[in-house]
Design a protein around this ligand. Structure first.
Ligand SMILES: [Zn+2]
Ligand SMILES: [Zn+2]
Length: 293
């Protein structure tokens, strides 16, 4: 990067340049190591597809005043319903097909899985049903069984295809989220579950990161983000040697969440990438008998 660029004001990159920075970082990594782990290669391919798709998604209007958002969040209702999501169906089908190809190859599935996903992509009403059900947290088991594909692969493909739309909407709505009124275990924008956390530099407050749209929201330090337990006996955390990462566990629901402590670093942090950089912590958590939340 050019030396005459102004210093970054924020250590955590949150604007639209974030995904470009992630791809640059992966490129540097690949040059250093000669090849990337296969899960990272798949992530990079998906991200390139998603960012190319995203470049043709216009920024949506929030469609909601600050007061209306405040009141909705106060009632525990996330800001974005499925029907408010503006989807370009041609692009959504293209993303679904592209993601299916990458995921089938990466997970070593039979070619029949690719054909089944292609049939779903071609059937607009079935694709819409899969998107809606996934977004609303409903199982995809009946569509998966009907087409003979695993539910897990179908859900991963839906998630990858919707990601560019969800992050675009989340960026448009994020300024309407009042962090004081939400404090719940699901995303204030899309209602998704968190899959990563961080402790802020200012006060060490704990924030969660949405697994679906990358929205960040403030949450209690000692409360399980999956079952809401506040039992001091059930909740604990472990830190790595440098104290940079934490693994929070809950013995009531046996779930874990990883976190990065921003007080312990001055480096640029790309939160969506941190999920992948910390795969070693996932292995430790699973070995200790916990599951990803
Ligand atoms: Zn979300
Ligand atoms: Zn729990």
């Amino acid at each position: 990067m050019a030396a005459n660029q102004p210093p970054r004001q924020h250590q955590v990159v949150r604007d639209r340049s974030r995904h470009t920075r992630i791809l640059e970082r992966l490129g540097e990594w690949a040059r250093r190591e000669a090849s990337l782990p296969s899960v990272i290669q798949a992530y990079e391919r998906l991200l390139r597809l998603q960012m190319e798709g995203r470049s043709s998604i216009p920024a949506p209007q929030p469609g909601l005043t600050r007061e209306a958002a405040f009141s909705q969040l106060g009632q525990g209702i996330p800001l974005l319903k499925f029907d408010q999501l503006s989807l370009d169906w041609t692009l959504a089908q293209h993303l679904f097909r592209g993601a299916a190809g990458i995921l089938v190859e990466h997970t070593g599935q039979e070619p029949t899985a690719a054909a089944a996903l292609d049939q779903i992509a071609s059937d607009r009403s079935l694709l819409e049903q899969a998107f809606r059900d996934w977004y609303q947290g409903q199982p995809l088991s009946s569509i998966a069984a009907q087409k003979g594909v695993s539910e897990e692969l179908l859900a991963a493909t839906v998630q990858a295809a919707l990601y560019p739309f969800l992050v675009t909407h989340a960026e448009a709505l994020s300024a309407l989220v009042n962090q004081g009124v939400w404090r719940r275990k699901t995303c204030p924008i899309c209602g998704g579950k968190p899959d990563f956390a961080f402790l802020d530099k200012e006060r060490g407050g704990r924030w969660l990161l949405c697994s679906r749209c990358d929205t960040e929201w403030l949450f209690q330090r000692m409360q399980c983000p999956y079952c809401d337990s506040q039992s001091q006996k059930a909740l604990s955390y472990f830190t790595n040697d440098q104290g940079l990462y934490r693994l929070y566990t809950c013995s009531e629901c046996r779930s874990y969440i990883k976190a990065i402590d921003l007080r312990k670093t001055t480096a640029e942090v790309l939160l969506p990438l941190e999920r992948f950089l910390t795969a070693g912590i996932d292995r430790q958590a699973v070995d200790a008998g916990y599951k990803a939340g």
